[in-house]
Design a protein around this ligand. Sequence first.
Ligand SMILES: Cc1cc2nc3c(=O)[nH]c(=O)nc-3n(C[C@H](O)[C@H](O)[C@H](O)COP(=O)(O)OP(=O)(O)OC[C@H]3O[C@@H](n4cnc5c(N)ncnc54)[C@H](O)[C@@H]3O)c2cc1C
Length: 381
Amino acid sequence: MPADRSLVSPDAAEVIALARDFARDELAPRAAEAEEHEQFPRELVRRLGELGFLGISYPEELGGGGQPFETYLQALEELAGAWASVALAVSVHAITCFPLANFGTVEQQRRWLPDMLGGQLLGGYCLSEPHAGSDPAALRTTARRDGGDYVITGTKAWVTHGGHADYYTLFARTSDDGSRGISCFLVPADADGLHVHPPERKMGLTGSTTATIDCDEVRVGADRLIGDEGKGLSIALAALDSGRLGIAAIAVGVAQAALDHAVAYAKTRETFGKPIIEHQGLGFLLADMAAAVLPARATTLEAARRRDRGLPYAREASIAKLVATDAAMQVTTDAVQVLGGAGYTRDFPVERLMREAKVMQIFEGTNQIQRLVIARHLAAE
Ligand SMILES: Cc1cc2nc3c(=O)[nH]c(=O)nc-3n(C[C@H](O)[C@H](O)[C@H](O)COP(=O)(O)OP(=O)(O)OC[C@H]3O[C@@H](n4cnc5c(N)ncnc54)[C@H](O)[C@@H]3O)c2cc1C
């Protein structure tokens, strides 16, 4: 059952309708098999780029779609309900464009941004390292200045699109000055010395490739430094504020899909002579699921509206990520319960949705880290 939406404009209604049709016709029929075989659907992501979804919330003058973030997130939610790995591809790609679109020079933007926002090039976001996930200021990869170049050496972990991306938005240390010693670079995937490990073997989101990348003296021109030297961590965290809203929207899509499957099943499955939805104990479980999805969406869209109005939204983005991903975990777990034994099999999508929900509490800042961010904002107010 499609989510009932109140949208900001006729344009937004068109975007959502396009996302919904693409999700139904192109994603839903392919998701289960591709996830089973751990295949990343690069071609479908390219087509989403052609339809404008990869740069949808970026300004038109930069080559984006000029849509409010609120509209982008609702489109993402539609995609996620059909196939979370594809929605994740859109969301991760969007944050790889963020540093260039917001901190790059006009010349850098002219050179790379059109192909990035148009989806001809796919990006990966390299912030985490094996010993630095929750604490990115501890990252050790170095970028040493050498004449007109930087030489990058180190290991980046958990890179979504690792091995499929055409470029990496990569954060490396240009000085020992703690959180002020990190800088942002745009690194071509085919650079000499860049080596991608075999993909991680994950519990879920198996259609999305996640890999470690070694940089062994990778040489890039100084024109690939994005923003000022030393500003990389604040650029990375600003990108993550937007990214967290993307993850929140994906979590809402996953939760809505689980609820829809559970309700449909509960209307047809009968025990004790009537559909299980008519047993109060189960009806209340479904009611609690519906009562978790709606506030998750509302919290996410409230943060997006603040972003669209130019207001600070970091605290609200963390709250949205926390609320929406916890809701997705609860709702997908309950959906498996509603389907009984069938829910535990791969014949129905709810077990996959449950596996997908779990990682959303972990990446782009675990939910413990979201609480840390929220508490710091409260302390500073
Ligand atoms: C599928 C997947 C895709 C990913 N994609 C990307 C990507 O594209 N780019 C990228 O850069 N990274 C990516 N990541 C990395 C992800 O962001 C990190 O895994 C995450 O930030 C957690 O870091 P960690 O795994 O090192 O856990 P750790 O930092 O080691 O944390 C372990 C546990 O300790 C808790 N913890 C840590 N510090 C605190 C604290 N101060 N207070 C309370 N609890 C704390 C954490 O919440 C967690 O429960 C991805 C991860 C996964 C699983």
